[in-house]
Write a protein that binds this ligand. Structure first.
Ligand code: IPT
Length: 990
């Protein structure tokens, strides 16, 4: 039986007693005290724990916990463990009720109130974030309750406090009615996880201020709103840098005014001006940016110019702190976004720590500020009882959006309000939107779930395929849009479009970023989108043997969980960018280079900034070796314009490939990158064609076995046993790759991809066909002068499908050539992960531990993710050639190989030259310490077995990546179908 004391836990209303209206998070000089730090703490298993809040209560048996923190991340399991679910509710769907088993954290601390605070008109206790519902007492007096975990709540505690020692007590329940509204795809992390502050509000102070700004052609506009009582006046606004001082004697004097000669704010040039708004009693400091947000027809404009969002969805997540904000880490994270050409952030799916928006203003991002709302779990019950359409929850919805908008309304970076995520649709969402429209005419409203466009201003979708996105961008009135009638489709096409989520970046991937980007430049209605998502949410923990690793769903023994679906960022948990992030940077780079004849045209895709911040460096390489470099003189290119400049004289080699590379680099240090940082790159192939050595066809083949030495290779009965004086095994046909998260995906967004079968993952099809367990039968071994030929039939248990592999070793000139002809039988129905060969190089006394190569690099690349790769000469250690994806999977493929040197402690072991196949295609290579079969078995990097062998894979082809973990499969052009392939290698010893 739930005690009456905790009845509020299942209340659909947003709590009682918090101050309204909510107000901005202001930098004020009013006295305040941070209550962050150690609090007395006790965890109970249910919400019915004994009363503890009384004045003078003895808490000596309690523990101590830091505020802010999540109790499940404290004490290594003492206080429960994190739970990860995506859509599922980790409690019965029984709204608005939650189980009696409801971890409840009681917090308590003393605070001293300075004697001079007795002058204060009011004492306010502010909580910036508490998950999920909480109740507050001061000196045993009950103050109120609140929910809305990532929203600020303030309480007036004036009548409860006394000078000197006071006791604040807070009871926090992990589950509550509010949990139904906070079903975001992330860890459930209870506790007081943001700042707690006690504030002395002065008489005659500024309750709130909102400086709406606008910009038009050099003229800035300030449209102020000051919330203060009459005794606060006069109120003075100053912008020292602009020589502005406005003194308002009464509230009715407060009115808009224009300022000439201001510079606009944009994500590219985040120009801010310091402002103070003061009364005799209080001064508030703000930083304003002048900008006007506007929708004109189907265009989303800032300062009159179309915005293209090169955005990411950003959750607040840290491997040790969870959602606890760390300014230094957040700043570095945002700086990293800038370095990777990210220009926009969707604050998925709740307002971040308020300070993050100061950083976004300062560093420059277009921000879609999202309310703390998601009821996705109702999908499981056909949206029956969805709070979004139930009047009992209306006040909670309105309270959430008011707290969202009021807290963050002053930020120039915020250009769109978003009502929430995946909460179905309904009248409560429409009411939220109506409230925003009434409150803030200066920013449009976004909500993806409004499929028909009934109450929102932009059209938004998630994970639309490339063809669907193209249909949205085009004016084909015959094609209706998803979930829309023809009339609704027509309405949606009158609005700007954005992809609030796309390119699901789980594991190795996503592919096809460039295809999405190309659409944005073809169809001006398309305004880009936000990759799902910025970073993995791994939680740092340790394996039983003490090895540290990043945990995902299921690693804490959760009853229901969604596995590694929480590891879907372009940045790994340890802040290491994935190859996908490098690809993203290259795809969205703000400059386009086009080479024509002896010219280069440089087009700027920027919003408004010109290129005066950039320098252009060029270099020429012969087979990857630098031969000449210099600076390209490029006139300043205005946003949206293009300039053509002559190329320098390029020395062309006759016997090496000649590549010209141009890098646009920062001319000076910025707050997010040093001078010299590469913003954009392009390459031009100036190689002279060179003949490929012809395959020498022999006629003198005769059956033979026994031992044989051909150059650096030694064979027994046709099987290679030693190469360059070391034991080796293979080469063997390899068709399997450790399935990526996208290979394991069953997403049905397979539209127009004949590569996939709906409802079945490619990985499952590969396992069914036995690609991971191929066996070989040798059909023949033959010899000719200076040559050896074997024929193998490769197939899997209980399958009649097979692949014929002909391997020819021969001495050509002074080297050894291996030519492998791979030919599948008829009847293979699925795509294949790879068509390649694998050579095992046991460590012996000199482990192969590194590679130098000329080809594409430096990062791994796949057919639908090649834009970050450049042609050059690279080197890396074997471990650095693999990416430590949170769940081990295919990694390390380097495409378009020309030359490869395998090394051991820096010394050359083997040199391999990859010849193009008859159609001019080059293979890729992978050097790894594990086989795909071993990698596929491991759930986490620490589960990979110890290795005593390096494995070299040479792939005639690899399947693309796609983003089918949540989105489209590999685009048909990049899907690998079973087909005949040739691999030709020239091998020499070190
Ligand atoms: C979409 C969610 O909005 C997002 O929070 C995340 O869960 C993402 O999926 C997958 O990682 S919703 C989905 C039904 C497309």
């Amino acid at each position: 039986m739930l005690s009456e004391l905790s009845a509020y836990v299942s209340d659909t209303a947003p709590g009682r007693g918090a101050l309204r209206p909510a107000r901005s998070w202001l930098h004020s000089d009013a006295p305040s005290r941070s209550l962050n730090g150690p609090w007395r703490f006790r965890l109970s298993a249910t919400a019915a724990a004994e009363d503890f809040a009384a004045d003078g209560f003895d808490d000596h048996g309690w523990d101590t916990a830091p505020v802010p923190s999540h109790w499940v991340l404290q004490g290594d399991g003492t206080y429960g463990r994190p739970i990860y679910t995506n859509v599922q509710y980790p409690f019965p769907i029984d709204p608005p009720h939650v189980p009696d088993e409801n971890p409840t954290g009681d917090y308590r601390r003393h605070i001293g109130i300075p004697a001079d605070w007795s002058d204060a008109e009011r004492i306010v206790l502010r909580f910036d974030g508490v998950e999920s519902v909480f109740k507050v007492w001061v000196n045993g007096v009950e103050i109120g309750t609140a929910s809305g975990s990532r929203l600020a709540h303030e309480f007036d505690v004036t009548s409860a406090v006394r000078p000197g020692d006071n006791i604040v007590a807070v009871r926090v329940h992990q589950w509550s009615a509010a949990s139904y509204l906070e079903d975001q795809d992330q860890w459930w992390l209870p506790g007081i996880f943001r700042d707690v502050t006690l504030i002395a509000r002065p008489a005659g102070g500024i309750e709130d201020v909102w400086l709406r700004t606008g910009y038009d052609n050099g003229r800035g506009r300030v449209d102020p709103e000051v919330t203060a009582d009459t005794t606060a006046f006069p109120v003075t606004l100053r912008i020292p840098e602009l020589g502005v001082e406005r003194i308002w004697s009464t509230a009715s004097d407060v009115s808009p005014f224009d300022i000439e000669g201001v510079e606009p704010w944009s994500a590219e040039r985040p120009r801010l001006y310091d402002v103070t708004v003061s009364t005799a009693a209080e001064s508030v400091a703000l930083r304003v940016g002048f900008r006007t947000v506007e929708i004109r027809g189907d265009r989303f404009l800032v300062n009159g110019r179309r915005v293209v969002f090169h955005g990411v969805n950003r959750h607040e997540t840290h491997p040790e702190r969870g959602r606890v904000f760390d300014e230094e880490h957040a700043r570095e994270d945002l700086a990293r976004m800038k370095r990777f050409n990210v220009n926009a952030i969707r604050t998925s799916h709740y307002p971040p720590h308020p300070r993050l928006l100061d950083l976004a203003d300062e560093l420059g991002f277009w921000v879609v500020l999202e309310c703390d709302l998601e009821t996705h779990g109702f999908d499981a019950v056909g949206w029956t009882g969805n709070p979004s359409d139930d009047p009992a929850w209306r006040e909670a919805y309105l309270d959430r959006i008011r707290r969202t908008v009021e807290r963050d309304k002053n930020h120039p970076s915020v250009v769109l309000w978003s009502l929430g995520n995946e909460a179905g649709t309904g009248s409560n969402l429409a009411a939220m939107s109506a409230w925003v429209h009434a409150r803030d005419a200066g920013r449009p409203v976004h909500y993806e779930g409004d499929h028909a466009g009934e109450y929102t201003d932009v059209y938004s979708r998630m994970y639309a395929s490339v063809p669907e996105t193209e249909r949205i961008g085009s004016d084909d009135s015959r094609s209706t849009l998803l979930n829309c009638t023809p009339a609704q489709s027509a309405r949606q096409r009158t609005k700007p479009f954005l992809l609030c989520e796309y390119a699901h970046a789980m594991g190795n991937g996503p592919g096809a970023l460039d295809q999405y980007e190309a659409l944005v430049h073809r169809h001006p209605r398309l305004h880009g989108g936000f990759v799902w998502e910025w970073r993995d949410h791994g939680i740092l923990t340790t394996a039983p043997d003490g090895t540290p690793y990043f945990a995902y769903g299921g690693d804490f023994g959760e009853v229901v969980h969604d596995g590694n679906f929480v590891m879907d960022g372009m940045l790994m948990s340890n802040d290491v960018p994935t190859p996908g992030l490098h690809e993203y940077k290259a795809v969205v780079q703000p400059l386009r280079f086009a080479f024509t004849g002896d010219d280069i045209a440089i087009a700027s895709l920027r919003h408004s900034a010109d290129t005066s911040d950039l320098r252009f460096h060029w270099r020429v390489e012969h087979d990857g070796t630098l031969v000449e470099s210099g600076e390209l003189k490029v006139p300043v290119v205005a946003a949206g314009e293009s300039e053509r400049v002559p190329l320098p004289e390029i020395p062309v080699s006759r016997d090496a490939e000649t590549w010209f590379t141009v890098d646009a680099v920062l001319a000076a240090d910025t707050p997010w990158a040093p001078a010299g940082h590469v913003v954009a790159t392009a390459q031009l192939d100036r190689s002279t064609p060179r003949p490929v050595p012809r395959v020498r066809h022999r006629t003198d083949w005769r059956p033979d076995g026994g031992t044989l030495t051909l150059g650096v290779a030694e064979f027994v009965d046709g099987t290679l046993v030693r190469l360059a004086d070391r034991a080796v095994a293979g080469p063997r046909l390899e068709l399997f790759r450790a399935p990526t998260d996208n290979d394991e995906g069953v997403s049905d967004a397979v539209e127009e991809s004949d590569a996939s079968i709906a409802g079945v993952s490619n990985a499952e099809l590969w396992r069914r066909d036995g690609l991971d367990r191929l066996t070989t039968r040798r059909l023949s071994v033959e010899r000719a002068a200076d040559a050896l030929r074997t024929l193998d039939k490769v197939s899997a248990a209980n399958s009649a499908l097979s692949v014929l592999v002909e391997s020819v070793w021969s001495i050509e000139g002074d080297g050894l050539e291996l030519r492998v002809e791979i030919e599948p039988s008829s009847g293979w129905r699925t795509v294949w992960p790879r068509i390649g060969i694998r050579l095992d190089l046991p460590d012996g006394t000199s482990p192969v531990d590194g590679a130098d190569w000329f080809g594409l690099g430096p990062h791994e690349s796949y057919p639908d993710s090649l834009r970050a790769a450049r042609t050059g000469r690279f080197s890396a250690g074997v471990r650095d050639l693999s990416v430590d994806y949170a769940r081990p999977q295919e990694t390390g493929h380097r495409s378009h190989l020309r030359q490869l040197t395998l090394t051991s402690a820096g010394a050359t072991v083997l040199r391999v030259v990859a010849l193009p196949d008859p159609r001019g295609r080059r293979p890729g290579f992978t050097l790894s310490r594990h086989t795909p079969q071993q990698i596929a078995q491991a759930g986490h990097p620490f589960e990979l077995p110890d290795s005593t062998t390096s494995h070299l894979f040479v792939d005639a082809a690899q399947h693309g990546l796609g983003s089918r973990a949540c989105g489209p499969d590999v685009w048909p052009d990049f899907a690998l179908r079973p087909e005949a392939r040739t691999i030709r290698l020239r091998i020499t010893a070190g």
